[in-house]
Write a protein that binds this ligand. Structure first.
Ligand code: FAD
Ligand code: MLT
Ligand code: ZN
Length: 505
């Protein structure tokens, strides 16, 4: 074990921006149209975009209506869904979004809101010919209160850019994920994204102080409060957090931003069993307490993928399971003392046999890359069947084993990793190309398995297009009836992101 040293917190922004972009531009194969792959989904009774509509959009958004080279907007990050939209609109202001939606609602033209298009459930791209409304140009910081740490910004701000901006004021953003170089804060809020800092700061339901959204008829819902406390009536913003573009287009958000930690350390440890991973987690909560900022896990198949597909070397010898522990705080010697105490305990008691602690920027980046680039590495195999579930920790890894046994040689690999500190497992299976035979073997078996153990079929990625039919595995019939009533109230013509989140009405 290397000696534990403090190092200044560094920002992984630049590296991640390059990685996500490089990957996006290097995979240009044409994906099967969603309408072909999923023939049971029927186009709704929506209008078809006419030249006169394009002319209206051009008047509303001069020079910001795209009708050519739309492949990137039509295809999802996983390369599993492809729509056939003929038009992409790029508003710059709330007023422009309002004008677009008012017109589309009157003409019954369906739309799909799109941020960074890094969503993993087919929610951010059209299923048929829905108009894409991109927040790419809505990227302004509106205000920052340095004392309270309250940031207000437009929905299209890229997560990494917000973090860079905040670091000038010794603040940070309470959410961090591998797609931070591309995803937008509006997309994060719309998906209620979790990520690697949820363990420390909690979910967006607690960190979003307010938001502004444009409703289907163009009405602007102003709930852009910057108050920490506000108990006046129903908390409508909560409905939009995780609504995946089906209730309105989020145009601005107000966020509670914590102080940027002064010091950070990362430990990468090998474990012989999954039970040991859980024991190490328990010890980390007990001994690291308030300085624990991330607890991630990956299995040996994930490590094989890291080596084979990403060409990254492991800093420690081979183990069946690995954990990544990050500590961060404001007092280096205090944090160091706590980490040392924790490491001495887990090594001394035999829970952990080998591990390493990051002492410099490049090593911290390397360790985080192994974990955060897994999603990218999986795509090198061809097609990725991606699952993101919540499970009680007692049955957490059992799902990976069950799927490995069930699929056997039908798939290239079955890997398990995730935010074990939040009870969130990422289970991924790969094959050279999409196979209905493999899919039928996975679904609904996997969802039944999760529901039997009272888990959730979507911990953080959402339901989008691909998982909406399985909502009943995690929500009661009466809850779904109420959701449909809410949808109808907000969007009577059902123009906002149709075929997503809820099963057909
Ligand atoms: P998009 O993909 O563009 O859209 C996602 C959904 O939100 C769609 O339904 C879309 O219609 C809707 N939407 C987007 N913008 C708006 C808006 N302004 N108003 C209303 N609706 C809108 N997720 C996690 O939770 N945790 C992770 O750790 C994590 N890691 C990831 C790592 C990688 C490499 C990748 C590719 C994805 C990861 N994700 C993760 C998935 C995650 O959902 C997205 O990265 C992110 O939250 C989506 O933001 P986006 O701007 O790309 O949204
Ligand atoms: C992650 O935690 O890496 C993301 O949620 C993406 C994934 O599930 O692969
Ligand atoms: Zn995740």
């Amino acid at each position: 074990m290397n000696s534990v040293k403090r190092c200044c917190i560094m920002n992984r922004t630049v590296l991640q921006t390059i990685l996500v972009r490089q990957f996006q531009t290097s995979t240009r194969r044409l994906v099967e149209l969603t309408s072909v792959r999923y023939p049971n989904v029927k186009r709704g009774q929506y209008g078809i975009v006419q030249n006169s509509d394009i002319a209206t959009f051009e008047r509303l958004l001069p020079g910001r209506v795209l009708t050519d080279s739309l492949e990137g907007y039509n295809t999802d990050w996983l390369k599993t869904c492809r729509g056939a939209s003929q038009v992409v609109l790029r508003p710059k202001s709330t007023e422009e979004v309002s004008g677009i939606l008012k017109y589309c609602n009157e003409k019954k033209l369906a739309v799909v809101p799109q941020g960074g298009n890094t969503g993993l459930v087919g929610g951010s791209v059209p299923v048929f010919d829905e108009i894409v409304i991109s927040t790419q140009l809505m990227n302004k910081i509106i205000s920052l209160d340095e004392i309270s740490g309250t940031l207000v910004c437009q929905a299209g701000c890229v997560l990494a850019s917000i973090e860079d901006y905040l670091s000038n004021y010794k603040l940070t953003i309470p959410i961090d994920l591998g797609a931070k170089g591309s995803c937008h804060i509006g997309g994060n809020v719309a998906t209620n994204a979790g990520g690697v800092r949820l363990l420390r700061y909690g979910s967006l339901h607690g960190n979003v102080l307010g938001l502004e959204a444009v409703l289907a008829d163009g009405e602007v819902m102003d709930c852009l409060s910057t108050l920490r406390k506000d108990n006046t009536g129903y908390d409508l913003k909560q409905l939009f957090i995780g609504s995946e573009g089906t209730l309105g287009i989020i145009t601005a958000v107000s966020l509670n931003c914590p102080q940027k930690p002064q010091t950070v350390s990362v430990a990468f440890l090998g474990c012989q069993s999954f039970q040991t991973v859980l024991d190490v987690f328990k010890e980390s909560r007990h001994r690291l307490g308030e300085v624990l900022s991330a607890f991630e896990f990956m299995d040996s198949q994930s490590m094989t993928l890291v080596k084979e597909n990403l060409k990254l070397a492991s800093p420690i010898e081979d183990f069946p399971y690995y954990v990544l522990i990050e500590t961060s705080g404001s007092n280096g010697s205090h944090d160091e003392e706590k980490l040392n105490d924790f490491l001495e305990h887990v090594m001394g008691s035999g829970l952990v046999e080998d591990g390493t602690v990051a002492t410099e920027l490049t090593k911290i980046q390397h360790i985080w890359s192994m974990r955060e680039r897994l999603a990218e590495g999986l795509l090198h195999d061809g097609y990725c069947y991606k699952y993101d579930v919540s499970l009680p920790l007692s049955s957490f890894y059992g799902l990976v084993e069950a799927m490995r046994e069930r699929l056997g040689a039908m798939v290239t690999r079955v890997v398990g990793y995730g935010h074990v500190g939040d009870g969130n497992l990422h289970l991924n299976l790969t094959s050279p190309e999409y196979s209905t035979e493999v899919m039928d073997k996975i679904e609904p078996f996997l969802y039944d398995w999760v529901a039997e153990r009272k888990g959730s079929i979507s911990a953080e990625h959402g339901l989008g297009f691909k998982k909406r039919e399985f909502i009943y595995h995690s929500k009661s019939k009466s809850a779904v009836v109420l959701m449909k009533q809410i949808k109808k109230t907000f969007d009577p013509n059902m123009i906002l992101n149709p075929y997503k989140v809820l099963p057909d009405f």
